[in-house]
Ligand binder design. Structure first.
Ligand code: SF4
Length: 425
């Protein structure tokens, strides 16, 4: 399956897309709470759901057991599900108790789940009612993280989208960065932009409620994640303008992302070069350290995080890999089009019919398969090296200083497989 790197250049924006609508294997949108609660320091996420939802959160966020948690589950019992109790009254009581005990909470998200959706609890009505009760100290918002409606990264999109209508209005010409990144990575981006003289820069989500950005028709926004389509649409409805660009993965992606912003804010070429030359060189060197393991190797993406197309662009253009199939849950060309312009892949697929896709993967025998946890073990047992898609969301991978780590996430499973082969020989 090894192909020369030269074949990986090209564009797939207008290539035919294989669309599938069958059974899919992904986490639900509740998973986003794990990284969102770390980012938003005075927010609480109250899942209105079942014991299953509570177990998912507890096992995914085990680290929280030593801290005062900022997420929880209001468990729907059988009498709620049978319509024998007034779920709204119980919810009001639970929220009242929580906010009394935790005066540090300034933003409360009521998060819908499969059970709350099935019994049709109107959480937007609940959020409005609870905001009236607890304003101005706490703002209550709602979104759905249900597995019926969302894949795991869509939870962040739904959460940020719910914040857009209540953002204050401004006529100031500002840049808004959209997406929850670890603070250390966000700081790197802010420093690069500041060094170029771009500003003022705001971030959604802000770390605290008193830092929430204002928006208006003079706001230009750049996305940090490719899965924020609904948030981008909501910002556009409020008059803000999207800056389209490849996503900031790897040296090339980061440079093109910064360049697109720099062009909008009138940064001259000399300044851009002065600010980016050193980190670009560091990123190239760090990626090159993994290139020997990646060049000429083939990769197959199952749809999971919506990061697939930008990551395939990085792996094919900067690491010399060959993309056999790049599957994404949804393809929003308004967001990932600039990445698709730079990508060549044999197959681009949207949605999933997991059995058919497994057949294609087995037939292709890729050197590396990126997939969910449920598919990884069986594929490993069949001798295929895999990478868990969820790690790509939990690991800092954006911008220049993380480019080497990003390449390392893909080279490690290949190196491990090589070592195992040597031991077995
Ligand atoms: Fe399961 Fe649905 Fe709860 Fe997610 S929201 S944990 S898919 S029951």
């Amino acid at each position: 399956m090894n192909k020369p790197a030269a074949l990986t250049q090209g564009s797939c924006r207008d290539a035919p897309i294989l669309k599938e609508r069958g059974q899919r294997e992904v986490f639900c949108g509740l998973t986003g709470i794990i990284w969102l609660h770390r980012k938003m320091q005075d927010a609480f996420f109250l899942v209105v759901g079942s014991r299953t939802c509570a177990h998912l959160l507890q096992s995914a966020a085990g680290v929280m057991i030593f801290a005062e948690p900022r997420f929880g589950t209001a468990i729907l019992e059988e009498k709620d599900l049978a319509g024998l109790a007034d779920a709204h009254e119980e919810l009001d009581r639970e929220v009242g108790r929580l906010l009394e005990r935790r005066p540090d909470i300034k933003q409360l998200f009521l998060v819908g789940s499969c059970p709350s959706e099935v019994i049709k609890i109107d959480l937007s009505r609940a959020a409005e009612r609870l905001t009236k009760i607890h304003a101005p100290h706490v703002r209550v918002l709602n979104y759905s993280g249900s597995g019926i409606e969302t894949t795991f990264t869509q939870g962040e999109d739904a959460c940020l989208e719910s914040m857009v209508p209540v953002l204050p209005k401004t006529e100031a010409a500002e840049l808004l960065l959209v997406g929850a990144l670890p603070d250390v990575v966000e700081d790197q981006a802010l420093k690069l932009l500041d060094d170029m003289g771009v500003g003022p820069v705001r971030v959604l989500p802000a770390g605290r409620a008193d830092g929430i950005p204002a928006i208006g028709s003079n706001t230009k926004f750049a996305l940090l994640q490719p899965f924020l389509g609904e948030t981008a649409a909501a910002l556009t409805r409020r008059g803000a303008h999207h800056i389209p660009a490849p996503f900031p993965f790897g040296e090339e992606g980061t440079t093109l992302w910064l360049r697109a912003i720099a062009d909008q804010f009138g940064v001259d070429d000399d300044t851009f070069e002065r600010v980016t030359a050193a980190p670009r060189a560091r990123a190239r060197k760090a990626v090159a350290a993994h290139a020997a393991d990646l060049t000429g190797k083939s990769i197959f993406f199952f749809p999971d995080s919506q990061l697939e197309l930008p990551l395939a662009r990085f792996l094919t253009r900067e690491c010399g890999m060959h993309a056999l199939e790049v599957g994404a849950p949804y393809i929003h060309k308004g967001l990932v089009g600039p990445d698709m312009d730079l990508l060549h892949a044999e197959v681009i697929s949207e949605g999933q019919d997991v059995d058919k896709q497994l057949d294609r993967c087995r037939a292709a025998r890729p050197d590396l398969t990126v997939c969910g946890l449920g598919l990884a073990n069986p594929l490993e047992a069949e001798g295929l090296a895999t990478k868990w898609a969820i790690e790509l969301v939990f690991t800092p991978v954006h911008f220049y200083e993380q480019a080497g780590d990003l390449a390392g996430l893909f080279s490690r499973p290949l190196r491990r497989k090589g070592l195992l082969k040597m031991e077995a020989a």
